[in-house]
Design a protein around this ligand. Structure first.
Ligand SMILES: CC/C=C\C/C=C\C/C=C\C/C=C\C/C=C\C/C=C\CCC(=O)SCCNC(=O)CCNC(=O)[C@H](O)C(C)(C)COP(=O)(O)OP(=O)(O)OC[C@H]1O[C@@H](n2cnc3c(N)ncnc32)[C@H](O)[C@@H]1OP(=O)(O)O
Ligand SMILES: CCCCCCCCCCCCCCCC(=O)OC[C@@H](O)COP(=O)(O)O
Length: 369
């Protein structure tokens, strides 16, 4: 274990990182709130300010290495156009890998996702997403068909390039969800998938329909981790290194059928292809095609140094004052506050854990929702 990894695994280090993450995030949330009047004056300027504010929270502490497999001809277009990203949903840190790639291609602050509504209430990240015009769904089509379409329409004049992420499986893969979704596949006469849940086609259909002309392509993205790892956020916080491999194919939006049934059939075929890429990965330890290496940028490090210096210095001063005050009551109150904050951060980490995930796709029944 290297010195940096040893440091990362220490409890005190977790407390300090948790403190910097939480306080910097809340400051950014507050600044975002202050941009509300700006929306009335200039919507596009308010959007640009929020993109930059979000950037400084999203790119944070991750030691995950990511390798990109893709066609070198498509590579120069990444980050230079709007795109719909279709990504498998098997790992607890899918979102971190997504952020890492967004950062490398300069679209971290502007990128979007079709996210479950419950995430809107997660402090810092969920609150920030509200200002970033993230599209939320209740996974209840009767309600989502109208609200999701409206939110997508709002993105048509977005002032900066973005990726719109869709986890078409709708929930993270578990053995039970997989078994149930394969029953649905069988009942629909569709081939079984080994590594994916059956994709939900309605969200994809409505996204393509509403972003046609605004997004140039679908980036079919398939993620896996080396050595059969099942990475967790807690693992990362404890300094564990994971290595992600991502296979991306750029598919021009024009090739996707315009009618609902054709579009759904196209997506099912895409997932059958994704399944074969995962099989290839399992057999050979790599995805097909050449590797390209997006360069690391200095901004994440500069960003972290900025927030750490800004927030750790006053914390140090406060601690010295607290101890020298000698007041048992003040010290107890401070310990209680720190405990509450660390429980809050632990709850947020819990939101990323598949074991604590939703029951969506878990119930047997006519609709299996
Ligand atoms: C160069 C590098 C490139 C790429 C880099 C990679 C990524 C970076 C990109 C962007 C990053 C940006 C941000 C990322 C940050 C964070 C991400 C965090 C995570 C949030 C993600 C989530 O919250 S996922 C959960 C929410 N999202 C979704 O659910 C999307 C998919 N779902 C849908 O599309 C749904 O259709 C819906 C939500 C719109 C509506 O759901 P509902 O359940 O109401 O309706 P459905 O149509 O889905 O259900 C009825 C139909 O489904 C059939 N059915 C029933 N049971 C099942 C079952 N178990 N499995 C499959 N199908 C089932 C049923 O029969 C019905 O069928 P029909 O034939 O009638 O359609
Ligand atoms: C050391 C301190 C570090 C503190 C870090 C706290 C970080 C909290 C980040 C919260 C971001 C939450 C994003 C989670 C995205 C996610 O993966 O959602 C799952 C959904 O797709 C599907 O849900 P489900 O149906 O339950 O599988």
């Amino acid at each position: 274990m290297g010195l940096l990894q040893l440091l990362k695994s220490q409890f005190l280090c977790h407390l300090l990182i948790g403190y910097v993450f939480l306080v910097s995030g809340l400051i950014v949330n507050l600044l975002q709130l202050c941009t509300l009047p700006l929306w009335l004056v200039s919507k596009q300027l308010a959007r640009r300010v929020n993109i930059r504010l979000a950037y400084s929270v999203l790119e944070w502490w991750s030691g995950t290495e990511c390798t990109l497999y893709t066609d070198p001809k498509s590579y120069p277009l990444y980050g230079k156009e709007n795109a719909i990203v279709v990504l498998n949903h098997s790992f607890e840190i899918d979102f971190l890998c997504g952020w890492t790639f967004c950062e490398r291609f300069g679209v971290l602050g502007s990128s979007k996702v079709l996210a479950k509504k419950e995430l809107a209430y997660v402090p810092v990240i969920g609150w920030m997403w509200y200002f970033l015009e993230i599209v939320f769904c209740k996974r209840k089509w009767e309600e989502d068909r109208r609200t999701v379409a409206q939110s997508l329409q709002n993105l048509r004049d977005y002032p900066e390039n973005y990726w719109f992420l869709l986890h078409c499986e709708g929930t993270r893969l578990t053995p039970k969800k997989h078994q149930i979704s394969m029953q649905v596949a069988e009942s629909k006469g569709l081939p079984k998938l080994k590594y994916h849940l059956l994709p939900r086609t309605k969200g994809f259909g409505i996204t393509v329909q509403n972003l046609r002309g605004a997004a140039a392509a679908v980036y079919d993205s398939t993620l896996n981790f080396r050595n059969n790892e099942a990475p967790t956020l807690l693992g990362i916080i404890n300094g564990k290194k994971y290595h992600a491999d991502l296979y991306v194919r750029r598919i021009p939006l024009e090739v996707i059928p315009e009618d609902e049934a054709g579009c759904a059939a196209w997506l099912h075929k895409l997932y059958q292809e994704k399944d074969s890429f995962q099989e290839h990965y399992t057999q050979t330890g790599r995805f097909p095609g050449p590797i390209v290496s997006p360069p690391r940028r200095p901004w994440p490090l500069i960003n972290w140094l900025f927030w750490s210096c800004l927030l750790l210095y006053p914390l140090g001063l406060l601690l010295v004052r607290l101890i020298s005050s000698g007041s048992v009551l003040t010290i107890l109150a401070s310990v209680a506050l720190c405990s509450a904050a660390s429980l809050g951060v632990r709850w947020m980490i819990g939101q990323t854990e598949t074991d604590r995930g939703s029951s969506y796709g878990n119930k047997e029944g006519p609709l299996n929702n």
